[in-house]
Design a protein around this ligand. Structure first.
Ligand code: COA
Length: 618
């Protein structure tokens, strides 16, 4: 694959000014314009940093990869649940009892192993761009990281490690099973033979029985349940990093951690709960519920609950949703076909028993676990994460296509108007743009809060006297601008990565923070009060969801189906300015209005063109 280009400095600076215009005052804009001018002046700091960045790019496969990974994930100290890990909801199942749950889980695990065989044999078909320079091959590295990566906590900075050795086929491979906070290492491939569904089922039953025995013993001996170590991974990164370091001084604990870090994936056998599945997948509902049943920093955590709720919680730094969705599509298809291949029955006595990870915990660490549990509960007790899943049935992506508009740009512009209706302003908006056309490509940002979008929003909200013809042309203008920004971002000419690169080069060169990055406008432009992305599972009942990235913002993960649009909206109840349901209602109304506007405009075009043709006939 080609290397990601470093965009020309002048282009990025011009686009940067354009991108902030709709969200800052005239006075602030003028000030920023001056700062940008000085930065970009001939022989100025911008040129110096650009030169250094080009030199850095020469030596790297992808000049932004590490900068971006650190900035987006590794240096972020916030707790993983809600702030970073997305959740994904799968079609709900009906289990009559725990045996059915475990049988389903066994088949589910087989389905993942089935996919793993394809990954290990490097037989995944190479993804190709579906539009804009259609057919270009896309970077596949993320797929290979799904089962081989681990996000190690560190004080000040985490570290994503992908084991190259693990990318080869192994004779023995294990997973981690969690039941009621008890963790088990379970071998699912032994001497290169995959366990059969029946054997996995028997082993899961063993895990459940052993966990329950441990919990009952603890209750009998100490009057309380064993402390769930996994909840520590829900703490802020610095806190967990310090506790982990202490725990790892004990060789037993260290070997358990190694089991978790080197496993393929985690399977959480959850208890039933009566709240939304999306909440369950994102955070597990607190220490009295299923948050004890997690290990938040392992890349893939699959959740299968007793009440049939199924989904996943995934640690985001190793891969974007697209790779995860491909795996899920395979998995659900596998489950549907209920195939049982490449498995061989073994008698129970041949099976290595699951290894129960019985931690040795000091009093000090016990206190830390209690604090972590309280912290999470305090956050969740006020039911802070406000999720609303909008299933808009009015139309799907075919409608914007019929209007010769990009569905993605159309939805982004709708999100802008919905926001404007509620808050009477536009805000800095993030949309993930895949840059997998390039070596080691991850994402850049598509910024939707353009001046063109603002003009359209103003006309729609305040323009009673503005006619439909003008409004549709403002809409088309906004969609066109959005499409241009999107195309530039996916072709490697976005501005966010480039600005980050220049900032990071300055930092690495020990240059005092350049004015352009200390400017309040730059900070504001990185406060993403609307954080969005398109994630497109084809299964109707499966969707992805995540929390907002700032306290006063929204998250919006959407899937334009052929004839419906699913949008999972999130915000924090602690914020007095946001409300997910209100946003969802405004968005649904906006989708209706946009269609009416397009149809009104096309019918007026049709009626005027039929007048012309009637006149011609006369
Ligand atoms: N008229 C008619 N049809 C059009 C059109 C137009 N003007 N513009 C686009 N279309 C069609 C496309 O050909 C495509 O057709 P298809 O359904 O047959 O494939 C369809 O509309 C969708 O195109 P569009 O909505 O423009 O977007 P896209 O599918 O190219 O996706 C991004 C755009 C930015 C979402 C995508 O490039 C991307 O980067 N995705 C990754 C996002 C990501 O990383 N998410 C995970 C985050 S964890």
């Amino acid at each position: 694959l080609p290397k990601l280009p470093v965009p020309p400095l002048r282009d990025t600076l011009t686009k940067y000014l354009d991108s902030i215009r709709a969200t800052v005052t005239d006075k602030q804009y003028e000030k920023t314009q001056e700062i940008v001018k000085e930065f970009g002046s001939p022989g100025g700091l911008g040129e110096f940093l650009q030169k250094k960045l080009l030199e850095h790019a020469e030596m790297q496969d992808n000049w932004v990869y590490q900068f971006w990974l650190d900035d987006m994930y590794m240096k972020v100290r916030l707790a993983l649940p809600i702030n970073s890990n997305p959740g994904m909801v799968f079609p709900k199942q009906n289990f009559n009892d725990q045996n059915e749950q475990l049988r389903y889980a066994a088949r589910f695990i087989s389905g993942i192993l089935d996919y793993k065989v394809i990954i290990d044999s490097h037989l995944l078909p190479i993804d190709r761009a579906r539009s804009r320079e259609k057919g270009q091959p896309l970077c596949m590295e993320q797929y290979y990281r799904l089962f081989t990566s681990y996000r190690y906590p560190g004080v000040g900075k985490d570290c994503l490690v992908t084991s190259q050795a693990q990318q080869q086929v192994h004779e023995n491979e294990h997973i981690i099973v969690v039941y009621r906070g008890q963790l088990f290492a379970l071998d699912v491939v032994c001497n290169s033979i995959r366990l059969s569904d029946d054997n996995i089922y028997s082993q899961l039953k063993r895990c459940v029985r052993m966990a329950q025995e441990e919990i009952d013993n603890h209750l009998r001996n100490y009057g309380n349940k064993p402390l769930p170590v996994g909840i520590m991974t829900s703490a802020s990164r610095d806190v967990w990093a310090a506790v982990r370091r202490t725990m790892a001084e004990n060789p037993t604990n260290q070997s358990y951690m190694a089991e978790i870090e080197s496993c393929m994936f985690v399977v959480c056998l959850d208890d039933k709960s009566d709240v939304s599945m999306a909440n369950q997948m994102i955070h597990g509902l607190g220490s009295q519920f299923n948050s004890v049943n997690r290990w938040f920093e392992k890349t893939m955590q699959f959740i299968i609950a007793e009440d049939g709720a199924c989904g996943l919680c995934y640690e985001h730094s190793a891969a974007e949703g697209i790779a995860v969705v491909q795996l899920i599509e395979h998995l659900l298809a596998y489950m549907f076909l209920q195939r049982r291949k490449l498995t061989r029955m073994q008698s129970m006595c041949d099976l290595v028993p699951p290894r129960h990870l019985k931690w040795e915990i000091s009093n000090d660490v016990m206190e830390k676990i209690k604090i972590a549990a309280n912290e999470l509960d305090r956050f969740l007790s006020i039911n802070n994460l406000d999720l609303y899943v909008l299933r808009y049935e009015g139309y799907g992506k075919e409608f914007p296509k019929s209007q010769n508009m990009s569905p993605d740009a159309y939805i982004q512009i709708a999100l802008q108007l919905a926001h404007y209706k509620i808050h009477q302003k536009l805000v800095s908006t993030y949309e993930s743009a895949s840059i997998r056309r390039y070596r080691e490509g991850r994402v850049d940002n598509i910024r939707a809060c353009s001046v063109e979008a603002l003009r359209w929003c103003e006309a729609m909200v305040h323009g009673d006297k503005i006619d439909a013809g003008t409004k549709i042309s403002l809409l088309r203008n906004a969609v066109k601008k959005q499409t241009d920004i999107m195309v530039q971002a996916i072709l490697g000419y976005g501005i966010d990565n480039h600005m980050l690169g220049l900032r990071q080069i300055a930092e690495d060169t020990n240059i005092p923070t350049p004015k352009i990055f200390a400017d309040v406008t730059y900070k504001q432009s990185n406060h993403f009060a609307l954080s969005t992305s398109q994630v497109v599972p084809t299964t109707m009942d499966a969707f992805m969801c995540y929390g907002p990235v700032v306290p006063d913002g929204y998250g919006a993960c959407y899937n334009p189906h052929t004839s419906s649009i699913l949008v999972c909206l999130s915000s924090f109840r602690e914020s007095s300015t946001t409300d997910s349901r209100t946003f969802a209602m405004a968005l649904a109304q906006t989708f209706d209005e946009m269609k009416q506007l397009c149809l009104a405009a096309s019918s007026s075009v049709t009626s005027s063109s039929s007048l012309v043709s009637a006149a011609n006939q006369k």
